[in-house]
Design a protein around this ligand. Structure first.
Ligand SMILES: Cc1cc2nc3c(=O)[nH]c(=O)nc-3n(C[C@H](O)[C@H](O)[C@H](O)COP(=O)(O)OP(=O)(O)OC[C@H]3O[C@@H](n4cnc5c(N)ncnc54)[C@H](O)[C@@H]3O)c2cc1C
Length: 389
């Protein structure tokens, strides 16, 4: 593919760079607070600043507050955001997952009610897919939704069950919830799933934060006990939840790949500088590991752009995205482990950002689909090998 930007793309990038210089970390953006709740409010305020500049959802259509940006412009946006050192907006799940899913599957009333408050961060989202016994095996979802009045096709739904690892649920107004509405479907377990929008502000929804190894309660357990969902909040039709959820999952990585590869490059540059400062770069083993990380980071950058070509050709992200996810998580984990060797014991105190990064990176090979699952996808759908089972 041709990686040279067109004059329009260069103009888009320059406009964004100027805006980020004024509003980002070099400009008006105050330093990130340490406290979890304050950090959330800080990122929400950052999203509002992005929204005021019409940068919160560049890939969203202009009618709903976006810029109708092309795929390449969206990639440029995430690269530049990462390069400026600015954070992602608070409601990544709403902007990258819920909004685009509603644009494909939502009816007009759902779009009118739910889309306008996403970019402005007035209402934020969480993703209620995983359960204690249903992570990689999404079809094993047990949370049940039943109609309050089975004879009335417009009746409200009552949902009972447990979700887990629900990021941002403690702040969310809405949840993309997948629940079982038919368990008579037998072996075809994906067939009995329905995709709902659940209002989190009700007593029947109990959110219990789970503290991660980093010390932050980034995600939660969600206990639902007859939680009420109006029938108007079924997305894409009853029994169609698997297909709707696939749209959500497909959107999960598309833009983030660019942000993550730039952040990886910044972390690597920071590590190389630290290795030069304390002389460990002269150790051939350290130099070799740094060189390996450089090659991996560059490969990731090129793979992110190649993935974009696939979307332009086929209209949606292809299974090759699994390769990027696998390579990114592995490289990030290798990088933070090397940082510990280079920086020494200081990296292990929470005063040093490497300490946080080291602990947080453990989840990289699990979140958004585990490495084993990515390898299965690559084996079966990219290399065409026989199915494992
Ligand atoms: C930081 C973080 C944030 C998250 N946020 C959310 C969120 O907001 N919403 C949400 O719904 N979920 C979220 N998750 C959950 C995440 O999607 C799941 O943890 C993930 O899909 C794995 O599911 P599991 O934990 O149930 O593990 P399991 O699926 O039980 O897997 C256990 C182990 O078995 C392996 N395994 C399973 N099946 C196979 C197979 N077929 N072949 C080979 N190996 C296999 C896995 O790779 C893994 O090593 C988050 C997770 C993390 C770490």
């Amino acid at each position: 593919m041709d990686l040279t930007f067109t004059p329009e793309q260069l103009a888009f990038r320059d406009e964004l760079r100027t805006w980020l210089r004024e509003h980002g970390p070099e400009g008006a953006l105050t330093p990130e607070p340490r406290d979890e709740d304050e950090q959330w409010e800080w990122r929400r305020a950052w999203q509002r600043t992005l929204h005021a500049g019409r940068w919160a959802g560049v890939h969203w259509p202009t009618e709903v507050g976006g810029r109708g940006a092309t795929l390449s412009e969206t990639a440029i946006f995430f690269e530049e955001l990462g390069r400026s050192g600015a954070p992602l907006p608070a409601d990544v799940l709403g902007i990258l997952l819920a909004g685009p899913t509603l644009m494909v599957w939502g009816d007009d009333a759902q779009k009118d009610r739910l889309l306008p408050t996403i970019l402005s961060a007035d209402e934020t989202w969480c993703q209620g897919f995983s359960e204690p016994d249903a992570g990689s095996d999404f079809g094993a979802v047990k949370t049940r939704a039943v109609r309050e009045n089975p004879d009335d096709p417009e009746s409200d739904w009552l949902v009972t069950g447990q979700k887990v690892w629900t990021s941002g649920a403690q702040y969310a107004k809405w949840c993309m919830l997948v629940a079982r509405t038919d368990d008579t479907a037998g072996a075809k377990k994906h067939a009995g799933l329905t995709y709902f929008v659940l209002d989190m502000e009700q007593a029947a929804v109990d959110v219990r934060p789970l503290v991660q190894i980093t010390g932050s309660p980034e995600f939660n357990e969600l206990f639902l006990d007859d939680a009420r969902i109006p029938n108007s909040m079924v997305v894409g039709g009853v029994g169609n939840g698997w297909k709707v959820a696939l749209t959500t999952l497909m959107n999960e990585r598309a833009g983030l790949a660019f942000f993550l590869q730039v952040r990886l490059r910044q972390q690597l540059d920071k590590l190389v500088a630290a290795a030069k400062r304390n002389g460990s770069v002269d150790d051939p083993i350290v130099a070799d590991r740094l060189a390996d990380l450089h090659v991996r980071t560059e490969a990731l950058r090129l793979m992110a752009w190649k993935g974009l070509t696939a979307i332009e050709q086929y209209g949606q992200p292809g299974p090759e995205g699994s390769l990027t996810k696998w390579l990114w998580s592995e490289t990030n984990q290798l990088l933070v482990q090397l940082a510990v060797d280079v920086v020494g014991a200081d990296a292990l105190t929470m005063e040093d950002s490497w300490g946080f990064e080291l602990l947080r990176a453990r989840g990289n090979s699990i979140e958004g689909g585990t490495t084993e699952i990515q390898k299965n996808i690559i084996a079966e759908r990219v290399l065409g090998l026989p199915r494992a089972r």
